[in-house]
Every structure is written in structure tokens, then in C-alpha cells.
Design a protein around this ligand. Structure first.
Ligand code: FBP
Length: 572
């Protein structure tokens, strides 16, 4: 490594060090290992035959629906020349996106043209493309700032016509879509609509939320590792502060729109006092009151032990999983989906919505804190998703727990048996002092961890190989992450199902939620009682770029994949 200059107007010493870190391709991408020459692999070895597609999916994707085989990239391909390939980012940023582009550029080489699409799908509709010639400046860097991103859903025939126009204009042979579940849904529709133009479309699994997984072929989406390491570092720091100052209960909302993978991973890494897992709340059908009573009792049990402090992790999307709120959300989505509601300014929606809710829905809505009511009336994104990052669900718990703590303190024997005089005295003098945090945006664009850097580079190599081979409507992945890695391609139609969005049925990729029988959840469930009472806090510290700790993958991935350790091994 070169010695860092004292000051550089462009880059920090850290960023310059990152660019020099090596990126290792899986061995299959070398056409000649001695000269380190690379060439696209051929996806030809059938891994599995997927289930037959339902009639409605077949009707939605008449061209793609014959594809139901997962394929392994195992055969060395021959170099390809003269292809024009475009790449765009879609949805929220995730660390490692730039390395996907580096991988694409490396595998396409100088004899093919790589175009970057500016500002995501919106840029594709506007034909805002430029040729990517030099990727040295973005190697191993975080963010999506090289191209930008957005969340436009490509769905109307006018939009498809625009894309077809630019495909012909730029003579595109292929498009690589780097995105999450909704963006890969876009990729499937694009693949279908561009098939007659012989323009292939390949997806790359991105999202910090970790909810784009296909076991065991796509163990995780990229960006999850970096984001959870950043959040775990921050949570770990708070877990050092709270037993030091001994007076605060920290409620930390962690990003992750629907699934609780992020909260689960951060809990496994840090061992906090309490962690809510949305999928468990939904499965146990616990009402908000039951959850809040349990949590308030947990707070007070610690008070009796002399611990007036603790840390609670709250998944961003929890509100949609609480059964009594979930019914309300369903009603709200239907009401907000109608054009009359959408035409109203946000301030006028409250009365309209209250007037259209059922009696139960109305009661549930009006019992929520006002700030949450207002946020529930915001526009959904173009994919019909509620923007849960804007909803302060941690406040819902803080307010409800504060009220419940008060109720229990006034009549403790109604909630606890066998209270001693000492316990009663501790309960009487306990003052619940909550603080709230939201760790979200600060985790999406950090420099990629070594794991994400290696993973995304190889995803780029795989996507470039698939797209020039002529595979279309597939998402690439890397499997066997502990033993060198293998590149796979999965048909997108096999991941799509029908779902109610924004008041209507949509065909979208099914989110991979936390499952309660998964080894990661089971491991959390086996330890959480001990974590609730004893201070078992663990502080993982900042992510590492050299040394043995730089070789770790997410714990939940290692557990769920059944790896013997959480050390990853990708590339040669
Ligand atoms: P993707 O699924 O597009 O990767 O986005 C995930 C996410 O980071 C969620 O965790 C969060 O709810 C959302 O994006 C926030 O979106 P926005 O950037 O539009 O505020």
C-alpha cells in the first residue's frame, strides 16, 4: 500500500486504501489461471427443476414461463466481442454496487461496450446512458453515486415502448438490473417485453434488507453484511454506554422494510436486552397490548434486579406485522389505493380515511400516536409499498410501554406473583427513561465489507457472463460461500407470486422473510431469555479490512446455510 498523503482534496486515506484491496474472482472465471486472463462462464449445468408455474404467472410471462431450471455456471466460456450491455441500479443503495460494475467491466473487457444508466429505471426511460470506460475510481467504494438510483416501476405499455426505443437506439444486447425484489420484478417484466428485440435482461440480488434470498443458491442479497456490521457497531457502542450511565432504555429502530433479517443479525452480533422479530409477532398473532405488556414486564423485571437500563431493537417494518395493526394497514392500503384518496393533499386525507375505515379499523387507527397516523397517510412508492422508514414505530413502543409501566407500577401484584418488599420498593422508585434512535440510511452506503466487496465483484462477473451468453429473465447468485463459491442463475418467474399492492393484485417477487424454524432464529430464541436479564452485551466493533475478522460473513447466513464457521471463502 502507498503511504497516505497528509491531505487529499478528493479521497480519504481510508478510501485510497480500499481501492488497493485485491478482488478475487471465482476460479471458474479464469480462462487461463497462469496469465490471470478472464472470460465469461457458460451457465449450462442444470442444478434443479423448479415447480411448474401457475396459470396466471404463465399468462403474465408467456415467453419466460418455459424457464424453470436453476443453472450453474461451470463451463469455461469463450471470450465474447462486440456486445453492448447496459447496467442500472434500482431501489435503495447497498454497499458493493460499484463492484458489480467493476466485475461487469472486467468480464466484458475492452471488446464489448458497457453503458451506465443514470438514476435507475427513470434514466432508462429517458435514455440517459453513458459509456463506462474507467472503473478504477469506484473499486471497493460504497454508495450508488456513480450512477444514482430510483424506484420507478416499469409497468405501462408507454414505458415499455420507451425502453424498446432506447434499446434499439443504443443497440443494446443486454441489460443488467441491480436491485431488490421489486427491481428484479421489473427485470422479469423487461426480459419478457424485450425478448423479440433479442435484448437479454439479468438481475443481481441487492438490498440491505436481506429479503431477496433463495436457499441455498442465493444465501443473501449484497449490502446486508455491510449494513448489519455498521448497525452492530453502533448498537454495540450503545450497549457499552447503557450499563455505564445506567439510566436509559434505548429503543433502536433498524432499517429493513418488511423482513426482520437485519434486526436478527444485529441481535446475534450484539446480544441486546430485547429484540422484536416481526415475523414472530405475526406468527404468534400477539396483539399490541400483549407485546407491550410483555415488554413492560421485562423492563420492570430488570428494575427489580437493579438494572434501570436496557436496549431494545425494533425492526423498521414491525407495524405491518402486528395483527391488530396489520388489519388496519390492509384497509388503509385499499383506501389509499383509490384515485379519490390519492388526489387529496396529505392534510385532507385524515378525515377521508377515517370516514372510509370499518369500525374496528377506525378504532385501531385513532388509537395510534398522531405522528404515526399522519405517516400512514403518505403516498406509497411506485411499487405500492408503504414507506416504513418514515414511520417512527420505535415511538409507538416507547409511548405504549411507558403507559403500561405506569399501570403495572400502580398495581404490581396484578402482574407479578411473589413480589418481595425489596422488589416492591425497587418498582416504586423506578423511572422509565427511554431514548429513541433510527439506524437506517447510515448503513446503506458505507464502504463495502470485505465480504460484500468479494461477493459483488463476483456477482458482476456472473451477471456479465449470463447476459452475453443470452440468458434472459434470470437472477445471478453465488452459492457455497464457505468453499470457494459457485456462480448460479435462477429463473425470475419461479420467484414471482401474486400479491395485493396498493389496492390491486400485482405479480411480484416474493420477499424472503425470517422463518421461525431457521437455525438463525432458533439460535436467537435459545439465548434471548438470558440476554433479557443478564447483561450479555457484545460489542463487535468496526468492520475490519485486514486480518482474520475481515474474513467473516453474516452470522445468520452461516447458521442458515449450515456452514461450520462464519469464515467466508470466495474466489481463488
Ligand atoms: P431496497 O429494497 O430497494 O434495497 O431498499 C431497502 C431500504 O433501504 C429499506 O430498508 C427502507 O425501508 C427503504 O429502502 C427506504 O427507502 P428510501 O431510500 O426510498 O427512503
Amino acid at each position: 500500500m502507498t503511504t497516505p498523503a497528509l491531505y487529499d482534496t478528493q479521497n480519504s486515506p481510508f478510501e485510497r486504501m480500499l481501492r488497493e484491496l485485491p478482488l478475487q474472482p471465482l476460479s471458474v472465471f479464469f480462462s487461463d489461471k497462469a496469465s490471470l486472463e478472464m472470460a465469461p462462464v457458460q451457465f449450462s449445468e442444470v442444478l434443479f427443476h423448479g415447480d411448474p408455474l401457475s396459470a396466471d404467472i404463465q399468462a403474465t410471462f408467456p415467453v419466460l414461463s418455459h424457464q424453470h431450471r436453476g443453472i450453474l455456471g461451470s463451463r469455461k466460456g469463450t471470450p465474447v466481442t462486440g456486445k453492448n450491455i447496459a447496467v442500472f441500479f434500482s431501489g435503495g443503495p447497498a454497499a458493493g454496487g460499484h463492484n458489480v460494475i467493476v466485475g461487469l467491466k472486467d468480464i466484458l473487457g475492452d471488446h464489448n461496450r458497457l453503458y451506465g444508466v443514470k438514476a435507475g429505471p427513470k434514466g432508462l426511460l429517458a435514455g440517459d446512458l453513458f459509456e463506462i470506460t474507467d472503473v478504477s475510481g469506484i473499486r471497493n467504494t460504497g454508495g450508488f453515486d456513480f450512477l444514482g438510483s430510483d424506484r420507478t416501476k416499469i409497468t405501462t405499455s408507454e414505458q415499455f415502448e420507451k425502453v424498446r426505443h432506447w434499446v434499439s437506439h443504443y443497440k443494446l444486447d443486454g441489460i443488467v438490473v441491480v436491485g431488490g425484489d421489486d427491481s428484479n420484478t421489473n427485470a422479469a417484466f423487461l426480459a419478457e417485453k424485450l425478448s423479440d428485440l433479442k435484448c437479454t435482461v439479468v438481475g443481481v440480488p441487492k438490498t440491505i434488507d436481506g429479503d431477496l434470498q433463495v436457499w441455498p443458491w442465493v444465501p443473501i442479497s449484497f449490502g446486508f453484511d455491510t449494513a448489519t456490521r455498521i448497525y452492530a457497531e453502533l448498537v454495540g457502542n450503545i450497549l457499552k454506554d447503557t450499563p455505564s450511565s445506567r439510566k436509559y432504555w434505548h429503543f433502536i429502530k433498524l432499517m429493513g422494510r418488511s423482513a426482520s433479517h437485519i434486526a436478527l443479525e444485529v441481535a446475534l452480533q450484539t446480544q441486546p436486552t430485547m429484540t422484536l422479530i416481526s415475523e414472530e409477532i405475526a406468527a404468534r398473532a400477539h396483539s399490541l397490548d400483549i407485546i407491550v405488556t410483555d415488554m413492560a414486564k421485562g423492563v420492570l423485571r430488570r428494575a427489580m434486579l437493579g438494572h434501570a437500563y436496557g436496549v431494545v431493537l425494533v425492526p423498521e417494518g414491525v407495524i405491518e406485522f402486528i395483527p391488530d395493526v396489520a388489519g388496519l394497514m390492509g384497509e388503509l392500503n385499499e383506501i389509499m389505493g383509490d384515485s379519490e384518496a390519492q388526489a387529496l393533499v396529505v392534510g385532507a386525507r385524515h378525515a377521508y380515511v377515517v370516514g372510509h375505515l370499518s369500525a374496528d379499523g377506525k378504532q385501531a387507527f385513532l388509537s395510534l400516536p398522531e405522528v404515526i397516523q399522519t405517516k400512514l397517510l403518505m403516498d406509497r412508492d411506485s411499487h405500492g409499498n408503504l414507506q416504513v422508514s418514515q414511520i417512527p414505530s420505535e415511538l409507538l413502543f416507547v409511548e405504549s410501554i411507558a403507559a403500561k409501566v405506569h399501570v403495572i407500577q400502580t398495581n404490581p401484584r396484578a402482574f407479578f406473583s411473589d413480589l418481595s418488599e425489596k422488589d416492591l420498593a425497587a418498582l416504586a422508585k423506578f423511572l422509565f427513561t427511554p431514548l429513541t434512535h433510527f439506524f437506517g440510511y447510515e448503513g446503506r452506503c458505507g464502504a463495502p465489507s470485505r465480504f460484500d466487496a468479494a461477493y459483488t465483484y463476483n456477482l458482476g462477473l456472473a451477471a456479465g457472463s449470463a447476459v452475453v451468453q443470452g440468458l434472459t429473465g434470470h437472477m445471478v447468485g453465488i452459492t457455497d460461500m464457505a468453499t470457494g463459491g459457485r456462480a448460479v442463475a435462477l429463473p425470475l418467474t419461479g420467484l414471482i407470486h401474486a400479491e395485493r399492492r396498493h389496492g390491486k393484485t400485482s405479480y411480484v417477487i416474493k420477499k424472503a422473510l425470517v422463518t421461525l424454524d431457521s437455525p438463525a432464529f432458533q439460535s436467537f430464541a435459545a439465548h434471548r431469555d438470558a440476554w433479557a436479564l443478564g447483561d450479555c452485551f457484545s460489542s463487535p466493533g468496526p468492520r475490519q479490512y485486514t486480518g482474520p475478522l475481515s474474513q467473516l460473513m453474516p452470522l445468520s447466513v452461516a447458521l442458515n446455510q449450515g456452514y461450520a464457521s462464519s469464515v467466508y471463502h470466495l474466489g481463488v
